[in-house]
Design a protein around this ligand. Structure first.
Ligand SMILES: [Zn+2]
Length: 196
């Protein structure tokens, strides 16, 4: 099952505020930070915190339940690349501050063909995406997480681990005690799965 079951909905007040910027083809990345959209951003953040039960969509670690900076709203297809999907409910989720930094504007879709600049409709098929999509994909089918170790189970898992640098703890600290203990954890889980 995907992490997010129901995408966010906007009330008429929010839709009015968004409509103040024109139609989706008029959107530009910078408008996201506009004061007039503050209540929209708050609503999106609160909604996905709840829907994801504070789980980061990419690494599974906890996002902040209070600080906005530590629960950034993620545009799965970057808003700098495709501003027209800025308010597409299925393009939104919350992530942790680190995943937000690492992923930044890195490619999430299969190719420019799939998401050509003039594309009007948001892709509804999971194969259009290179990353594990929190509205479409079952995380555990793509990534095996054990402690701080992330192992890819599919090309999508592999791409997500790469763009978010999910093994960042070990990229930073190398062969350390935590790595040894997390490897032990992997072995224990393997043993558990093979026996059950
Ligand atoms: Zn994360």
């Amino acid at each position: 099952m995907a992490l997010i079951r129901e995408p966010v909905k906007f009330d008429s007040d929010m839709l009015d505020a968004i409509a103040g910027f024109g139609t989706s083809s008029d959107y530009y990345a910078g408008m996201w930070e506009s004061e007039a959209l503050l209540h929209v951003r708050r609503h999106v953040r609160e909604y996905y915190r709840e829907a994801q039960r504070l789980k980061c969509a990419y690494c599974g670690n906890q996002v902040s339940s209070r600080s906005a900076v530590a629960a950034p709203i993620e545009h799965i297809v970057p808003k700098s690349e495709h501003p027209r999907f800025m308010f597409e409910p299925r393009n939104l989720c919350v992530v942790c501050a680190d995943c937000n930094e690492y992923k930044s504007n890195k490619a999430t879709t299969q190719s420019e063909l799939v998401l050509a600049k003039k594309r009007v409709r948001y892709p509804t098929k999971t194969d259009a995406f290179r990353v594990v999509h929190p509205h479409y994909d079952t995380y555990e089918e793509h990534i095996f997480k054990s402690g701080r170790i992330y192992l890819p189970l599919t090309p999508k898992g592999s791409w997500t681990i790469y763009v978010c640098e999910l093994n960042r703890f070990f990229i930073r600290f190398g062969r350390c005690d935590e790595l040894i203990s997390d490897i032990e954890l992997v072995k224990m889980q393997e043993k558990f799965f093979s026996e059950s």
